[in-house]
Design a protein around this ligand. Structure first.
Ligand code: NAD
Length: 244
């Protein structure tokens, strides 16, 4: 593994609230960054705020497109020649009751939330360095299911199984883990029905939403030598909601 100031991290969905916080924590640790997202203006603003080239690069990527994953890998190879840490943060959380859920909508959710993880890992796989680590951002929904979010929950459940399979196949060179956030105080959570959010908050031991920073710090731990014997695991960050 490279010294931290030489370590290269790739983050998808980087303009998102949780992934952007991960990028800020990685930048503070001195890592070189390749950040991708579909939202180009938000990505450009983040890249600029982190100092821009040559240590922080932005790349447009629709994670649902294999070609975009390959373009990301080509950019990474050219700019840095390696990957030490990969965080798959891109996600699409939509209110989709089963009644009226069309096959195209189902497929789109699976494509972004599950296929996208596979495409990105597969494209970057040849660049993964000795001692590298992947962290897939899953969700509590992938463990418990989530009414009105069936494709999302199904995809995130797939991400958990994908994580464990990758951990077996990419070992010992690369550790692969998942982080499953619960209710995090972000715009993604604003789309959840208020009554449901309040009932879930009341039921959880810590009685409050989590913050992007509290998720990012767990990802940071997994992407560090402190987690050198941790692989094929999922760390829950949910204020105890899973056990409630
Ligand atoms: N916020 C929460 O409470 C919560 C809970 C559980 C899991 N998560 C997961 O955490 C991750 C980050 O979530 P967030 O809260 O920061 O959400 P966010 O909506 O702020 O970020 C998601 C990012 O993914 C990007 N994205 C969407 N579709 C894409 C595509 N096709 N290709 C590339 N990028 C795309 C968006 O542009 C956005 O920047 C997601 O995987 C999400 O499912 C969030």
């Amino acid at each position: 593994m490279a010294d931290l100031e030489d370590a290269v991290a790739v983050i998808t969905g980087a303009a998102g609230e949780i992934p952007a916080e991960i990028a800020r924590q990685f930048a503070a640790r001195g890592m070189r960054l390749l950040l991708s997202d579909l939202d180009e203006p938000a990505l450009a603003a983040l890249v600029e705020s982190l100092g821009g080239e040559p240590r922080c690069l932005g790349q447009r990527q629709d994670v649902a497109r294999v070609e975009d994953a390959e373009a990301l890998a080509a950019r990474c190879r050219e700019a840095f020649g390696r990957v030490d840490y990969l965080v798959t943060g891109a996600g699409l959380y939509e209110h989709l009751p089963l009644a009226g859920l069309e096959p195209e909508t189902w497929r789109r959710s699976l494509a972004v939330n599950l296929d996208g993880v596979f495409y990105t890992v597969q494209a970057l796989r040849p660049l993964l360095a000795e001692g590298s680590a992947i962290v897939n951002i899953a969700s509590l929904a992938g463990h418990r299911g989530s009414a009105d979010h069936t494709p999302y929950a199904t995809a995130k459940g797939g991400v958990l199984a994908l994580t464990r399979s990758l951990a077996q196949e990419l070992a010992p060179r690369t550790r692969v883990n998942a982080v499953s956030p619960g209710l995090i105080d972000t715009r993604m959570m604003q789309s959840l029905d208020v009554g449901r959010r309040e009932a879930m908050t009341a039921a959880m031991p810590l009685k409050r939403l989590g913050t992007a920073r509290e998720v990012a710090s767990v990802v940071s731990f997994l992407c560090s030598p402190a987690a050198s014997y941790v692989t094929a695991e999922t760390i829950h960050v949910n204020g105890g909601l899973y056990s409630a």
